[in-house]
Design a protein around this ligand. Structure first.
Ligand SMILES: [Mn+2]
Length: 358
């Protein structure tokens, strides 16, 4: 049994444990308490605390995001990691259905504190992994309905979802549920592609269309939408004209090359104001040299540093949901794309409202 948490007191006890090879249960004075709520009762903390690799081997245990506890619903949580394992909306290389489980596996390398920003997420918020949406691999429209229904329940609890994709189709039903709760939201959309096509191969639903559908349904506050990192070949001279006509700010990747994106994010924060904001981060925004494990890679993309700058630049915004999509493990031969995704999700957690910094 490895279900104990970490604080200074327990760390000392756990160090004793490792030296004396005493059973982990000895850390908990009351086994009945351990069975009901192992993390919190044992650590004596108010919040869930991931198992620390100082005392529990990274490779051990059931694979959850950041080695957090698993629970079935979002009840009682401030933020939840959740997987949406689909790639049936993908137009090119498949594999994103395996994204959540590979992000979880690589996330075993994450630690509790953000040494760059001094954010302490597990001293600030109640967080857990709530598993995956039960998708329909044979019917994308039914999958969208299932996603919307699942996120309605999450949003009803007040919990902020941190989603592991899955292809980018999922942003549409997620935003349906988010907007039901919050009204039209601002959107920070980081991507190589605008994902605003109307119809692809005669279909309205796919990973190239979610933000067109969102605009049609009034889910976005279009003056508070920014798309960052767009690039690659297009179908016409004015590939991003539709976005601009809606009122979106479009920041093509050429505007990002060789620069810190901190100044851009100051402008984005002014654009977003105090209203609710959703952050949608497609891993293909990063250059495929850094993140090759994705379905529709485009050369000359953002660096991981710029990706982190964008997310850290969202600190102070009224974030109501975040996703990290399009990690495709079959094309991720080293696991580093999934690892990058896991780190970016941790960075997202570290900028949520009510985060404490030490
Ligand atoms: Mn996308």
């Amino acid at each position: 049994m490895l279900s104990f948490g970490r604080n200074l007191k327990v760390s000392r006890a756990a160090a004793d444990f490792s030296l004396r090879t005493r059973p982990a249960l000895a850390l908990c004075s009351d086994r009945r308490v351990l069975r009901t709520s192992p993390q919190r009762k044992c650590s004596g903390k108010r919040y869930n605390v991931p198992l620390s690799a100082e005392f529990v081997a990274r490779v051990s245990g059931i694979s959850t995001m950041a080695k957090l506890p698993y629970q079935e619903t979002a009840d009682g949580l401030d933020a939840a990691f959740i997987g949406v394992p689909i790639d049936t909306g993908t137009s090119n290389r498949p594999g994103a259905r395996f994204g959540p489980r590979h992000i979880r596996a690589e996330s075993a390398l994450l630690r509790s504190y953000n040494s760059g920003t001094r954010a302490a997420p597990y001293e600030s918020l109640m967080v857990a992994d709530i598993g995956d949406v039960n998708v329909n691999m044979y019917d994308l429209k039914d999958t969208c309905k299932r996603i919307r229904d699942a996120y309605r329940k999450i949003m009803a609890t007040g919990c902020i979802p941190l989603t592991m994709g899955g292809d980018h189709t999922i942003a549409y039903p997620i935003l349906q549920a988010v907007a039901e709760r919050h009204g039209p939201v601002g959107l920070v959309h980081v991507d190589a592609h605008a994902d605003t096509s109307d119809v692809v191969l005669g279909e309205k639903i796919g990973h190239g269309t979610p933000f067109r559908r969102c605009v049609e349904e009034g889910l976005l506050d279009c003056k508070r939408v920014v798309q960052i990192g767009l690039r690659g070949t297009g179908y016409s001279a004015d590939s991003y004209e539709w976005s601009r006509v809606q009122g979106f700010r479009v920041v093509q990747v050429e505007e990002c090359w060789f620069k810190s994106l901190a100044p851009l994010m100051a402008e984005v924060r002014a654009q977003m104001g105090s209203g609710p904001v959703y952050l949608s981060f497609d891993i293909d925004a990063l250059d495929p040299g850094f993140a090759p494990g994705t379905g529709t890679p485009e050369i000359a993309g953002l660096t991981p540093i710029q990706g982190v700058e964008i997310i850290r630049g969202c600190r102070g915004l009224n974030l109501v949901g975040c996703d990290l999509v399009e990690v495709s493990p079959p094309y991720d031969t080293t696991g580093n794309t999934a690892l990058t995704g896991a780190n970016l999700l941790f960075e997202m957690l570290c900028v949520l409202p009510k985060m404490k910094y030490f």
